[in-house]
Design a protein around this ligand. Structure first.
Ligand code: AMP
Length: 193
């Protein structure tokens, strides 16, 4: 059985309709974190609730069920929490894109900006095989800088990016340069603000 999505306790109606109002109730706005002027989307209450967490994982899996995914790549760190159960449900491998200096083997890296600063993302140099179909997962899409770096890493290793999945899309950043560069990719999110 390639896809266990429908066996995970989600009701029949949930298979096609996601109750975003319910999910939103488990996401907290934290003003001025980690910097003044940023409204941080705190998803810890959502992970605390097994029903909400299940809806999110199953909902994201469904968005990419026809994408013939071979590897799910999670972006550190909240992207790991979503991508690991997704890879398990999809019965595919999981790769970690980590912040600089965390991975023990030979790495390739890409510097990028994000809503509240700059960072460097790295993956192991042998993490993706040529021609492998990769789905990239993170919790929030804002300026697109972080996921853009993840795309860069996958493509430098010869992987094919078949989708970019997020729990939250902060639509106010839709006109950012980083977002425009993602135009050709299949982008899916469960909640838009
Ligand atoms: P960006 O690169 O600007 O698209 O930012 C996305 C990355 O930064 C993700 O890894 C998020 O975890 C984090 N992030 C950016 N903005 C927020 C926000 N308002 N609330 C929570 N996380 C955010």
């Amino acid at each position: 059985m390639r896809n266990r999505c429908s066996c995970s306790g989600v009701s029949k109606s949930m298979e096609t309709i996601i109750d975003t109002a319910y999910l939103r109730r488990h996401i907290k706005d934290v003003p001025n974190f980690p910097k003044r002027g940023i409204v941080f989307k705190d998803i810890t209450p959502l992970f605390r609730n097994p029903k909400a967490f299940g809806i999110v994982v199953d909902g994201l899996v469904r968005q990419f069920k026809d994408a013939d995914v071979q590897i799910v790549m999670g972006i550190e760190s909240r992207g790991f929490l979503l991508s690991a159960p997704m890879a398990y449900v999809m019965e595919v491998g999981k790769v970690m894109a980590r912040k600089k200096g965390k991975l023990p083997g030979e790495v390739i890296g890409c510097a990028h900006g994000l809503e509240y600063g700059d960072s460097v993302l790295e993956i192991h140099a042998d993490a993706i095989r040529k021609g492998e179909r990769v789905l990239i997962i993170d919790d929030v899409l804002a300026t697109g800088g972080t996921v853009g770096a993840a795309v860069n890493l996958v493509e430098r290793l010869g992987g094919i990016v078949v989708g970019l999945g997020f729990l939250i899309d902060l639509a106010e950043f839709a006109q950012c340069e980083g977002r425009k560069k993602l135009a050709g990719y299949k982008i899916r999110s469960l909640i838009q603000y």
